[in-house]
Write a protein that binds this ligand. Structure first.
Ligand SMILES: Nc1ncnc2c1ncn2[C@@H]1O[C@H](COP(=O)(O)OP(=O)(O)OP(=O)(O)O)[C@@H](O)[C@H]1O
Length: 334
């Protein structure tokens, strides 16, 4: 469905050259749900813009839905749906008209466009807004209209660029559910870019981690986590001395673990951490340094990114919630 070879994009301004995407080799088959994940400036949007023919590659090639993105742009555009930021720009149009006009632009007859628009409005929960003007829609409704517009011609391949940005958590969850449902109903291949680790984790079956224009990992969320990051055991103690003692004992007992000491807190990252907790607590209690609190969390995609690059995906971002999935939280008497 998507095949890129050595896909590269450089931006030049004066003497300076920024390589936004470097030698990207990507193979995505029909029906896959793939998330491109990476920090700001990693090259996600540039990749998507090349695949949707909005930007010409500097070198390399890409075929999308069987067509070359450089020599057959028109065919690519007809074959794909693209949901960028704020597609639904005809603010004074009614919702239904916006959709029908968009369908007509893709070559549907008026009747076909109307039928398809009604279907999409229903499946996206927008039937009640059909005759409202676009400008009166809420942010979440407008985003769903963006999705409907991207799907009006039933594309076999859908690109979503940061679909959740700007949505509140409830609308984000609704939108994600719609994307999953639509994909199952229409059997579309979906490629999305996101900053949201939880979105990539819950929606995508395959994550392509991009950093500095290059692919640094490509696998299912579960495989990435089990290969690149262990469980995390976070403990707090009544004082720094106890914490330092506990860090020392944990390192000695589990040489493969990564143990970090921060004041009265100790953070241990180790494969199979959940199974090690009771032994660890027994050992610490016996030596008079029982922890005050313990949390055990499964690894996150951020842990994967950290293990791969030494940096956090969250660096420089303030709008991301922690997405640690706490499996066990125990209060232990000090
Ligand atoms: N039109 C442009 N002119 C010059 N440099 C650009 C242009 N577009 C992108 N870049 C640069 O290319 C690099 C990749 O940008 P890109 O927007 O693809 O990253 P991204 O991963 O989508 O980031 P974000 O998550 O912030 O959207 C960045 O260094 C960016 O500054």
């Amino acid at each position: 469905m998507i095949e890129t070879r050595g896909l590269t994009k450089e931006f030049r301004s004066g003497k300076k050259t920024v390589t936004a995407v470097k030698d990207l080799d990507l193979h995505i088959t029909a029906g896959e749900m793939v998330a491109l994940l990476g920090p700001n400036g990693a090259g996600k949007s540039t990749t998507l813009r090349m695949l949707t023919t909005l930007l010409a590659p500097t070198s390399g090639s890409a075929r999308v839905a069987g067509f070359d993105v450089t020599s057959d742009q028109h065919a690519v555009r007809r074959a794909i749906g693209y949901i960028g930021q704020g597609n639904s720009a005809g603010h004074s149009q009614r919702v239904i008209d916006e959709l029908v006009v968009s369908g007509r632009a893709y070559g549907l007859s008026r009747a076909e466009a109307r039928t398809r628009a009604d279907e999409l409005l229903e499946s996206l929960g927008l039937t009640d807004q059909a005759t409202q003007k676009v400008m009166t829609l809420s942010g979440g409704q407008r985003r769903r209209l963006d999705i409907a517009m991207g799907l009006i011609h039933s594309p076999g391949l859908l690109f979503l660029d940061e679909p959740s940005t700007g949505l509140d958590p409830q609308n984000r969850a609704n939108l994600q559910q719609h994307v999953v449902d639509l994909r199952h109903k229409h059997g579309a291949t979906v490629v999305l870019t996101t900053h949201y680790l939880e979105e990539a984790d819950s929606l995508a079956e395959r994550i392509v981690v991009i950093d500095d224009g290059k692919v640094v990992a490509d696998d299912s969320p579960a495989a990435l986590k089990s290969r690149h990051a262990g469980d995390r055991i976070a403990m707090t103690f009544s004082g720094r001395d106890h914490a330092a003692h506990a860090a020392q004992r944990a390192s000695a007992a589990h040489p493969a673990a990564q143990v970090a000491l921060d004041g009265a807190a100790v953070d241990i990252q180790v494969a199979g951490g959940a199974g090690l907790v009771s032994g660890l607590v027994t050992d610490l209690a016996a030596s008079g340094t029982a922890p005050s609190t313990i949390e055990v969390a499964r690894p996150t995609l951020d842990d994967v990114f950290l293990a791969l690059t030494g940096r956090s995906l969250r660096e420089g971002r303030t709008d991301l919630r922690t997405d640690l999935t706490t499996d066990i939280t125990e209060e232990v008497a000090a």
